[in-house]
Design a protein around this ligand. Structure first.
Ligand code: NAD
Length: 347
């Protein structure tokens, strides 16, 4: 059987991690590395063994040998690239955030509807983390009792230089926001995926330490009405003295689980036998080391997600994280922004 032929579009920060992951799969050939900046495309092709490189994504879409593309460009370019890829008969994996606004998200999903034969996945690699899968199972099993609150905190640091380095960052038009849509979105996705999604949001956003640098938010707080009946609480900042710290907190009337940086921090249950079993399950799920090209907080999920996507392309089945399911989280992020702008709750 022929190998799955893949192209990666965008070879900035995250593209090389996709290439590294695809390279590890023995049933995948990397056909193209593509970036508007020739040195990036050429460098990535050489490093990860892509057959060819280009600055023009149209060349990739025109190559009949390419079965699937991985889109690793900035948020505002995702829609046009994904639509062009789907129209050209390619399967698509698109990095988060799928789009920077509702209009582009809608255009992408419309294109997907026109091409139901195509496989279309959205990156949320933390859904593959063993700890998150275990947490999801525990919540579904009702171990926490009635879920009362589910919270996420992301405290990270993004310097002025980080925003200045790329024109798209820190702009409503191209990034679509900042701390929420770019960094905290991973944990918002976990909160929603673990608990079953949100109905509405009330929120405030602020720019506390990047006022002359970005027009978007560096700090945000939101309360969600979750579909399961609990309240969701989101706190995010890119202005912290901490480089990256994530906290997830699930509190039910029978028990509570706090996770810090993907490891159990506190497990406390009314029934101590349940507590012991929860502790064992979480300890066993603590993830091993991730792929080399990524930062440690990217987790191990990229390799798992990229393997799942490539297998989905090979086996013609839906990927574990479909674009529609990634869009659900993004819609809640847009609800949060809308609420913060207009001072009311949405949906
Ligand atoms: N899942 C994760 O953990 C994770 C981590 C980092 C970034 N990301 C996401 O990945 C995407 C890219 O982020 P990044 O930090 O790598 O950005 P980046 O700016 O470092 O890289 C983007 C690259 O895309 C290229 N590009 C833009 N338009 C193009 C086009 N039409 N054709 C070819 N190349 C094009 C740019 O030249 C640039 O090299 C974003 O959506 C971001 O949110 C995800």
């Amino acid at each position: 059987m022929k190998n799955v032929r893949i192209a990666v579009i965008g070879c900035g920060v995250i593209g090389p991690l996709h290439l590294e992951c695809f390279k590890q799969l023995d049933f995948v050939d990397i056909a193209w590395a593509c970036d508007l900046i020739p040195e990036r495309a050429k460098g990535a092709a050489e490093k990860f063994g892509a057959a060819r490189w280009t600055v023009d994504a149209a060349e990739v879409f025109a190559d009949p040998e390419v079965q699937a593309v991985s889109i690793c460009t900035d948020h505002a370019t995702h829609a046009d690239l994904a639509i062009a890829a789907l129209e050209a008969g390619k399967d698509v994996l698109c990095e988060k955030a799928l789009a920077q606004n509702r209009m582009n998200l809608g255009r992408m999903l419309e294109a997907a509807k026109r091409h139901p034969e195509r496989i279309f996945g959205g990156v949320f690699q933390h859904r593959f983390d063993p700890v998150n899968r275990e947490l999801r199972a525990m919540i579904a099993e009702g171990l926490l009792g009635t879920l009362l609150t589910a919270g996420i905190q992301l405290r990270c640091f993004r310097s002025h230089a980080y925003y200045d380095a790329d024109d798209w960052r820190g702009t409503w038009e191209y990034e679509g926001g900042s701390a929420l849509i770019n960094q905290a979105i991973h944990y918002i996705d976990q909160l929603l995926w673990l608990t079953g999604g949100a109905e509405s949001a009330v929120a405030m956003i602020g720019n506390l330490t990047h006022r002359n640098v970005i027009e978007t938010e560096d700090t945000a707080a939101a309360v969600l009405k979750l579909r399961c009946g609990a309240l969701g609480v989101i706190e995010a900042t890119a202005s912290s003295h901490l480089n990256w710290e994530s906290n997830l907190s699930f509190h039910g009337d029978q028990g509570a689980i706090d996770i810090r940086d993907d490891k159990p921090l506190k497990v406390d249950f009314r029934d101590k036998a349940v507590e012991a079993s929860v502790k064992t399950r979480l300890d066993e799920a603590v993830a091993p080391k991730g792929a080399e090209a990524g930062k440690t907080y990217y987790g191990t999920g990229h390799l798992a997600q990229i393997a799942d996507f490539a297998e989905a392309v090979r086996d013609r089945r839906p990927p574990f994280v479909t674009a529609e399911s990634a869009a659900e989280t993004l819609r809640t992020v847009f609800d949060i922004y809308d609420s913060a702008r207009l001072g009311q709750s949405f949906r």
